[in-house]
Design a protein around this ligand. Structure first.
Ligand code: PLP
Length: 397
């Protein structure tokens, strides 16, 4: 047996990845993956933009680029982020290979083996696996419909062994779908100020809002720019252009940036120049804004189809909230239910989703499940939800 390091010995393939194998069976309706719909990608628009590029830019696209990112993309992305009120000038922007790499870099920058980090429970699986790969002790803080539990957060902050950072996904949380309230964000700021615990604010889905009136709730904490908290803001082109580009970013204080750039240099030297050129052209043409507007409408339609089907078919004892944006709907089942039994039945019936314990930092709590509506037509949703509801009734009664 090869002698692997301690940090990777504990890594396991995630249930999502394993389920993806099933999800690719053509007869299964998959509510499992958090992938944009293939039919929604701006293939024609990007083809056209590429064709019109100058030969010098096309050549540069095949070349290595600077570690922080292509200067032209850093400039256009700055404009995009400043529209959200983000203080780009007072911080440093680093292009990453997906925002997954941003999380990995931040994990590496802060975590020594067995050191505690605070995460939400449930939590984005990619963040859990990034932090686990540095052998972090993951401490879960519950999330309710308004955001992270401030009482539990304060208890965690007061513990003797101080957490290295707090990681949150406040805007259309993956998997819980939650959009933090403005009040909860303010309480969170107050709890963190003066603690010297950095905040990693993951904003992978904030652009995909369904209601304009949520603007205040969507304002990043990084944009509020509170005194005395080091905020590492991460974002991604995956949901607003395509995950195949493998492009994300982090916006971090200067003192954190230096280390992150060095870590990135050792990881991949630079993110793909080719897709950086495409992303830059997409922003500069202004099409990014009309494209996001279009997909927002489409995801809203898909979410409404799922809400309508859940209202019709789910038993009353299942708790859930209507999504206000993003990709996900979170169902909470009666205490003690094992969602793995439900998904096994659902797969037999022809539908798949992800069970709750996948997102529990301790991998235990399983009376919940995540449904994604992003990659299905309203017709597929109408066909698949009764299968899920039947499986729930069979197991829970
Ligand atoms: C909350 C969250 N953060 C980050 C990512 C990583 O996305 P990417 O690496 O494609 O930018 C995802 C992907 O699903 C996500 O859901």
């Amino acid at each position: 047996m090869p002698r692997f390091s301690k940090a990777v010995s504990s890594l396991r393939s995630s249930e999502i990845r394993d389920l993806m194998t099933l999800a690719s069976r053509p007869d299964i309706i998959s509510f499992a993956g958090g992938m944009p719909g293939n039919d929604l990608f701006p293939v024609k628009e990007v083809e056209e933009l590429y064709r019109e590029l100058d030969i010098k830019i096309k050549q540069a696209a095949f070349q290595y680029g600077p570690t922080p990112g292509l200067p032209s993309l850093l400039e256009s992305l700055q404009g995009f982020l400043e529209k959200k009120g983000l203080p780009v000038h007072e911080n440093r922007l680093l292009i990453t290979t997906g925002s997954q790499q941003a999380l990995n870099i931040l994990g590496k920058a802060f975590i020594d083996p067995r050191e505690p980090v605070l995460v939400e429970n449930p939590c984005f699986i990619g963040a859990l696996s990034a932090f686990r790969s540095y052998d972090a002790e993951l401490r879960g803080v519950p999330v309710d419909v308004e955001g992270i539990s401030i009482d539990v957060l304060r208890q965690e902050i007061d513990r003797k062994e101080k957490a290295k950072f707090l990681y949150i996904t406040p805007y259309f949380h993956n998997p819980a779908g939650v959009l933090y309230t403005t009040e909860r964000k303010q309480q969170l700021i107050a709890a963190l100020q003066g603690t010297n615990i950095p905040l990693i604010e993951d904003d992978a889905y904030g652009d995909l809002y369904f209601y304009k009136e949520d603007a205040d709730r969507l304002k990043p904490i990084k944009a509020i720019n509170p005194e005395g908290i080091n905020i590492c803001y991460t974002g991604s082109f995956s949901k607003i252009l395509g995950p195949g580009l493998r492009l994300g970013w982090m916006l971090v204080p200067e003192k954190i940036y230096g280390k992150c750039e060095l870590i990135k240099q050792s990881a991949d030297a630079c993110s793909p120049s080719f897709t950086q050129v495409l992303a830059d052209a997409f922003i500069r043409s202004g099409q990014i804004y009309s494209y996001i507007d279009g997909v927002r409408q489409e995801y809203k339609k898909r979410a409404s189809a799922m809400v309508a089907a859940l209202r019709e078919y789910l038993p009353d004892y299942v708790q859930w909230s209507e999504p206000r944006g993003g990709f996900y709907l979170w169902l909470t089942l009666p205490e003690g239910t094992d969602a793995t039994r439900i998904v096994t039945l659902a797969i037999e019936g022809g539908a798949v989703f992800v069970v709750g314990k996948t997102f529990d930092p301790e991998g235990r709590q399983n009376n919940s499940l995540r449904l994604s509506y992003c990659n299905n037509t309203p017709e597929q949703i109408a066909e698949g939800i009764p299968i899920v509801a039947n499986a729930i009734r069979t197991i829970c009664g």
